[in-house]
Design a protein around this ligand. Structure first.
Ligand code: MG
Length: 286
């Protein structure tokens, strides 16, 4: 700075040259940083670099750990010939709706939730169990030597906790094998299920949410008990009837699981259950 003033104090030709030079420098390139500024920005860059490197390392470590867990699960599955059943909740095992969305003909249900075992009111929600759910879970549990059951839903964890308090209060069926929207917000993937992919049956009413594992998918008929907004047809609730218990979709799914179970028990070299699952287009919904 002192140098600058001393330069400005000299003759006008020199002054003009100095100003012109300064203008050129300021437009041509940024002012050079002081040594301290340089040190400070260089140290900030180092910190950011270091942070990014650590983040990348953590990412790699996470991927490696996930791959290892899947590999271990796969080895374990091979040893025990373990199979996995991944169940969706909404429209597969239950149908729930906001009480405020009840049609006029459905309002009688408000008087019935206390006396019915298949109907449960929780805060502003009314939840209806699909017929045959308890039998299905109980029977599938008997196959538990081979089948491990998981819940995989796009519902929020608080909602799922509420539903499972009713369906599986003692965590007999699913323990903590529950995946919710928080872990999987956009689509469903078996990468989050610790299991050998060749030994997983997915039961879900929606195909699109499983873009990468459709070979594992057994599509089930969408269960709708309450009237959906915009639907013209009468709901089960309005008609005071329900899906058949013994001939309904869950009964067919159970029959299929028993068939798979039997094949795995009988055929020692059977390692992949996916060829046993009909392609979605030919399933016509179970
Ligand atoms: Mg669903």
């Amino acid at each position: 700075m002192c140098n600058t003033f001393s330069k400005l104090a000299v003759g006008s030709a020199e002054k003009r040259a100095f100003v012109e030079n300064a203008c050129r420098e300021s437009t041509a390139s940024p002012q050079p940083k002081s040594k301290r500024q340089e040190e400070s920005s260089s140290s900030s860059l180092c910190l950011i670099d270091d942070f990014v490197k650590r983040l990348q390392q953590l990412n790699l470590a996470y991927d490696a750990a996930t791959a290892r867990l899947t590999e271990l699960a796969s080895l374990n599955d091979n040893k025990k010939k373990k199979l996995h059943l991944v169940l969706d909740l909404d429209h597969t095992l239950i149908h729930s709706t906001l009480v405020s969305d009840f049609s006029i003909k459905e309002k009688y249900l408000l008087e019935e939730d206390d006396s019915r075992l298949d109907l449960w009111r929780c805060n502003e929600y009314m939840i209806k169990l699909r017929p045959f759910v308890h039998e299905f879970l109980l029977e599938a549990k008997k196959l538990d030597i081979l089948f491990t059951m998981h819940v995989y839903t796009m519902g929020s964890s608080s909602y799922v906790k509420m539903v499972l308090m009713w369906i599986d209060p003692d965590k007999v069926y699913f323990r903590n094998r529950v995946i919710t929207r928080e872990a999987s917000p956009y689509y469903k993937t078996l990468h989050l299920v610790k299991a050998d992919k060749r030994r997983v049956v997915i039961v879900d009413d929606t195909i699109d949410v499983w873009p990468y594992h459709q070979r594992n998918l057994l599509q089930i008929t969408r269960y709708k008990y309450f009237r959906d907004a915009g639907t013209m047809s009468e709901s089960y609730a309005e008609a005071k009837k329900d899906e058949s218990r013994r001939k309904g979709s869950l009964a067919y799914v159970l029959k299929f699981l028993k068939h798979v179970h039997k094949r795995f028990e009988e055929e020692l070299d059977c390692k992949d259950l996916r060829p046993l699952i009909p392609a979605p287009c030919t399933q016509c919904c179970f």
